[in-house]
Design a protein around this ligand. Structure first.
Ligand code: SF4
Length: 493
């Protein structure tokens, strides 16, 4: 006899590298689909398009009208869901999925989402992108009440808050739960009665878009929720709109309903999504990511011009900005650094000597393009500075006579507590060095970051004052728009 939520056999774990956080790392990707055949296959495709948001693990929970089914594993989506026998264990016309990059909790299968729980009212699965800033505080209180946590991810807090809620309906329990949490998050929940529930946090820091499969306009099916529009494109779904900050959408056999239990608190979307995290072919909050990056490059060229022979992107996120810089400056764009796409984050680095060669496994210098040239390198950020140093050294070793580094974000001086993995502040180079010291430390002839005015102009705003009201830019400014409850209570390091 099958259990309420069937779990297919676990596959061997893929090995992951220990990561030294030389760049800020993406959070997670979420995806959900309602009322279509092969819901799990579409979800696997959606997760594949969102792979850049998390490479450590992936999971899908489907519902066949009677029972939930789940499969999760460590590794890339193709590793976890590449076997048709696995997909056959996930029947149903409704499914949700998750790509994990661990910002809380370790790399264990028990932390892989969606998380599933059996309640007195039936099963419920939840997939979550982001970070709760009061999860440790809530967890402490929940444990005192007798709740037993099975994972170390903050997502499980939702599971327990829903369980202990005194409200009757699942939707009311869900709303009761999200009213107690603080943080930056996008959630997709799957329940038998209320169907698919999608939500963005009250300030909409993390993204979530709504799409629809063509041909379903006359019925109630075909709805899709995803972290980014690139996940709609891969399955041929049409973009409908972004879920609004604080909005809850409920999708079931009665159609789609929108609830606003938090009212309108304005939005503070993560500006780093445009600079680095999102895929360049995604459109977030009506703004194409590619064009935003290109415009940042144009702004950088106007703000920090320097005489040079070639503009070279640090792939991949630096490419659209380097195109913009080259167009604005009239200096030729060249692919002076080639990225090896087959290394990813899965290579094991057994010794320091091999680890130090790591940058060459990912990036190699295109010597014929660089030799004898004055090079402008365009990259998205400097975190610890160690990767930038290696890249500058590599470009010089390939014969560049000058290396000028241009960065498409303002200096990263503060940690992110909203779902992006950054090192603590003392490890951030911009928090401890002046601009001149940074240039010297990474070995560049000159270094410049885009200004706040330039960044927000590139995003279509008049200046910094206008843009800052609209976005979270706390990792550059320290202006955290959501209360850091656990940090202030010293529960989180
Ligand atoms: S602190 Fe930075 S990375 Fe984190 S949500 Fe805000 S802008 Fe994004």
């Amino acid at each position: 006899m099958r259990r309420p939520c069937e779990t297919s056999p676990e596959r061997p774990r893929r090995m992951t590298q220990s990561d030294s956080l030389n760049r800020p790392y993406e959070e997670c990707g979420v995806f959900g689909v309602w009322g279509v055949p092969d819901a799990s296959a579409l979800t696997a495709l959606g997760l594949h398009a969102l792979q850049h948001r998390g490479q450590e693990a992936a999971g899908i929970v489907s519902f066949d009208g009677e029972r939930f089914h789940q499969h999760k594993g460590l590794g890339l989506v193709g590793d976890v869901f590449g076997d048709s026998r696995v997909m056959a264990t996930l029947p149903g016309t409704v499914a949700i999925g998750h790509n994990r990059y661990a910002t809380t909790g370790g790399t264990h299968v028990r932390n892989v989402q969606p998380l599933y729980a059996d309640y007195e009212f039936g099963g419920l699965a939840v997939a979550h992108n982001g970070n709760l800033t009061n999860s440790a505080t809530l967890k402490q209180a929940l444990v005192k009440r007798g709740c037993i946590f099975h994972s170390s991810t903050d997502t499980e807090v939702f599971i327990h808050l829903i369980a202990i809620s005194l409200y009757t309906t699942v939707l009311d329990r869900f709303i009761d739960a999200v009213k107690q949490v603080k943080g930056a998050y996008s959630l997709i929940t799957l329940t038998p009665d209320d169907g698919l529930i999608g939500m963005r946090d009250p300030l909409g820091v993390r993204p979530l878009v709504l799409g629809r499969m063509p041909g379903y306009e006359q019925g109630n099916g075909g709805w899709v929720l995803a972290s980014e529009t690139c996940a709609l494109d891969i399955i041929g779904a049409d973009y409908v709109r972004d879920i609004e900050p604080g909005e809850i959408v409920v999708i079931n056999n009665d159609g789609l309903r929108s609830l606003r239990p938090f009212g309108d608190q304005g939005g503070r979307f993560c500006v780093f999504e445009y600079i680095y995290f999102a895929r360049p072919d995604s459109v977030l909050e009506g703004q194409p990511v590619y064009e935003a990056r290109r415009q940042i490059g144009c702004e950088l060229a106007r703000e920090s011009a320097v005489e040079a022979d070639v503009v070279v992107p640090v792939p991949d996120s630096g490419v659209p900005s380097a195109i913009g810089y080259a167009a604005e400056s009239g200096i030729p764009f060249e692919l002076g650094i080639i990225r090896n796409h087959y290394v990813g984050r899965t290579f094991i680095e057994p010794t320091d000597q091999i680890r130090n060669l790591g940058v060459k496994m990912k990036h190699s210098a295109n010597r014929p393009v660089l030799a004898g040239k004055r090079v402008i390198l365009v990259d998205d950020s400097i975190v610890r500075g160690t990767t930038s140093r290696k890249i500058v050294d590599m470009v010089r070793a390939a014969g560049a006579t000058e290396v000028h580094m241009r960065i498409t974000s303002p200096p990263t001086k503060h940690a992110c507590f909203y779902g992006i993995d950054t090192p603590e502040e003392s490890k951030l180079m911009a928090a401890t060095h002046t601009l001149e010291e940074m240039a010297q430390a990474i070995g560049a002839d000159s270094l410049a970051f885009v200004s706040f005015d330039g960044l927000y102009r590139a995003l279509g705003h008049a200046n910094r004052a206008e843009g800052a009201r609209r976005y979270c830019d706390a990792c550059f400014t320290g202006d955290y728009p959501i209360e850091l409850v656990d940090k202030e209570g010293n529960l989180v390091a």
